[in-house]
Design a binder for this molecule. Structure first.
Ligand code: AHG
Ligand code: MN
Ligand code: MN
Length: 326
């Protein structure tokens, strides 16, 4: 099996970009070591503070953020970072070529129940050099991403990423302390009988999403003419990983609990990287009105509605929204 280094060499990944990916992978190994020790490492529970988005930070959100920030600042190729857990963009090396956005710990509510969590990353290129990094450099559409991926901390640790030429999967072998390629190229099925949504928000959704899900629930007696299964891990990394492995639709739509917020998930370090992976695997990634990767970001912590996964199912869901305002 191919190691991560060998894959990056063989695929002629630009050396500075390969360096960023290797630093991210090695930092995630360190985060995984903390997760494996769990309570023993004193990493569970709340950090006693809120992030800029008003969400309570878990200790591990802060620890993972600091570990990634330190690792990326130490990488000469990185010019700046933007993180879910940082209010503003953070400068790294003035002459670095790349900007990295990340969700250090995705699925925070799973930390204290010893369930699956992940790290999501997106790499952009900056045209600027020498000057202090600014938020404006980061505001590029998802289609401009040079690389994107995630690490899933599950029964085994996996690294899944794309540099714009398909999606590949690596599994970490603790015996050799090496990442080994276990799926060369991910091919996402176009059709599915499985969906992922937090059903408890049903009454808060806009009508098109309610109608779509209600029709799925009618199963073989309804307009879809087949029975659907449902899964919800409450960690986007784990839900998207399942979809890349066996197909499915994942959505976190706008809802009336916070009507002024476009959705729950963040464009620049959740929707865009996952959107790139899903498109690169042959699937679709949409808001309720357009492709996620075409959105021109207005701020680093911007939120968007997300509908992604198996192409035909995503387009069916988007079809319910056609002609409606939400
Ligand atoms: P984070 O832990 O980084 O804030 O992200 C959590 C996100 C996403 O991973 C998941 O799909 C969703 O929130 C779960 O939301 P609910 O708790 O509303 O189900
Ligand atoms: Mn997240
Ligand atoms: Mn997070």
């Amino acid at each position: 099996m191919k190691t991560l280094d060998a894959f990056l060499d063989d695929s002629s990944t630009d050396a500075p970009l390969a360096e960023v990916i290797l630093r991210l992978a090695s930092c995630c190994e360190a985060i995984n070591n903390q997760l494996q020790r769990g309570e023993l490492a004193g990493i569970l529970g709340s950090a006693g503070a809120d992030n800029v988005q008003g969400e309570t930070q878990k200790k591990l959100d802060v620890i993972a953020n600091d570990m990634l920030k330190d690792a990326l600042k130490a990488c000469p190729e990185v010019r700046g970072i933007a993180s879910e857990e940082e209010d503003e963009v953070v400068g790294a090396n003035l002459d670095g070529r790349y900007l990295v956005t990340y969700d250090p710990l995705d699925g925070s509510s799973n930390i204290d129940i010893n369930s699956m969590v992940g790290t999501i990353f997106s790499v952009l290129e900056s045209g600027e050099r020498g000057s202090a990094v600014s938020e404006a450099e980061f505001l590029q559409p998802g289609r401009a991403q040079k690389a994107a991926g995630y690490v899933l901390y599950g029964p085994s640790m996996m690294l899944v990423f794309s540099t714009g030429n398909g999606v590949t999967m690596f599994t970490f072998d603790p015996e050799q302390s090496a990442w080994l390629q276990t799926v060369e190229r991910v091919e996402l099925d176009s059709d599915t009988k499985e969906f992922a949504i937090n059903m408890s928000n049903h009454r808060f959704w806009a009508e098109p999403m309610r109608n779509y899900i209600d029709d799925l629930l009618k199963g073989s007696d309804g307009p879809r003419g087949k029975n659907f299964n449902m899964r919800w891990v409450a960690a986007m990394v784990a839900d998207v990983h399942r979809i890349l492995c066996r197909g499915g639709l994942f959505t976190y739509p706008w809802d009336a609990r916070k009507p002024d917020q476009a959705g729950k998930l963040r464009l620049m370090y959740e929707a865009n990287p996952m959107g790139l992976l899903v498109e690169q695997a042959g699937g679709e990634a949409w808001t309720d009105s357009g492709k996620i990767l075409d959105i021109q970001p207005e701020k680093i912590h911007q939120r968007v509605p997300v509908i992604l996964g198996s192409a035909n199912e995503v387009m069916c869901c988007v079809g319910y929204h056609a002609g409606s305002d939400v």
